[in-house]
Write a protein that binds this ligand. Structure first.
Ligand SMILES: NC(=O)CC[C@H](N)C(=O)O
Length: 209
C-alpha cells in the first residue's frame, strides 16, 4: 500500500451504476478514505476497490464506454485488492452462466480475475429476493450468525484450487462468499444490512496488502 498521511487506506468504489453510496458510507465508518471511481486516473490513486451491487450488464457496458475495462483488468493482474458484492461478484468471475432468465446474456464479458464459475440470478428473479442467516466460518466472529440480503443474487457454482470459501447459504447449500488472494466476492449485500464484518475483512486485506 502506498503511504497515506491522512490515515486510512484509500478505497475506491466503482461508481458507474449501483449502490455506490452505501459502500462509501460503511467504508468511511471503518476509517477508510472512500472515493468514487469513474476514470482511469482515479483508479490509479486507490489502494483497494469495491465493485458494488447493481446490474452487471450495465456496469460492463459503462466500463467499456468509460475506457475502464482494460485498466480494471490490469489493476487486478497487478495485485489491487478488489471486493465485489452481487453484480460485483459477477464482474470478478472468470466464468459465468445464466440463471435462465430472459435478461441474461451468455458470454457477457466480465472483468475477471476470480477462478470461479458464477451463476447469474441463481436464487431467482427480483420477486425472489430473500434474507438468510449464513454459515460464515471464513468471516470475522464466525460464531455470530451473518444476516444476509440477497437480491436477484448469483451464487458460486465451481471454485478453482486457490479459492477459499468464506460463507455458504444453508437453505440452498450454495457458496455465497469467496476469497482468492487479493480478491473477494459475496453474492449478498452487506452494505445494506449494517453488519460491517465483510467490509472490515476487506479493509484489513487492503491494509495488509
Ligand atoms: N443485486 C444485484 O447486484 C443483482 C445482480 C444482477 N442480477 C446482475 O446480474 O447484475
Amino acid at each position: 500500500m502506498s503511504p497515506n498521511p491522512a490515515g486510512g487506506p484509500r478505497i475506491g468504489v466503482l461508481a458507474l451504476q449501483g449502490d455506490v453510496r452505501e459502500h462509501v458510507r460503511i467504508l468511511s465508518s471503518l476509517g477508510a478514505r472512500a472515493l468514487p471511481v469513474r476514470r482511469e486516473s482515479e483508479l490509479a490513486g486507490v489502494d483497494g476497490l469495491v465493485l458494488p451491487g447493481g446490474e452487471s450488464t450495465t456496469i460492463v457496458k459503462l466500463a467499456v464506454a468509460f475506457d475502464l475495462l482494460e485498466p480494471l483488468r490490469a489493476a487486478i493482474k497487478g495485485g489491487l485488492p478488489v471486493y465485489g458484492s452481487c453484480a460485483g461478484m459477477i464482474l470478478l468471475a472468470d466464468r459465468l452462466t445464466n440463471g435462465g432468465g430472459a435478461d441474461g446474456i451468455d458470454g457477457q464479458p466480465t472483468i475477471g480475475g476470480l477462478d470461479v464459475l458464477v451463476r447469474r440470478n441463481a436464487f431467482g428473479r427480483q420477486v425472489d429476493s430473500f434474507e438468510s442467516h449464513l454459515d460464515a466460518p471464513g468471516l470475522p466472529e464466525p460464531e455470530r450468525p451473518f444476516h444476509a440480503v440477497f437480491i436477484r443474487a448469483p451464487w458460486v457454482e465451481e471454485v478453482g484450487p486457490d479459492v477459499t470459501v468464506l460463507a455458504r447459504e444453508p437453505r440452498a447449500d450454495r457458496i455465497v462468499a469467496v476469497r482468492q488472494g487479493e480478491l473477494m466476492a459475496t453474492s449478498f449485500h452487506p452494505e445494506l444490512t449494517g453488519d460491517d464484518r465483510v467490509h472490515r475483512y476487506f479493509v484489513d486485506l487492503v491494509r495488509t496488502s
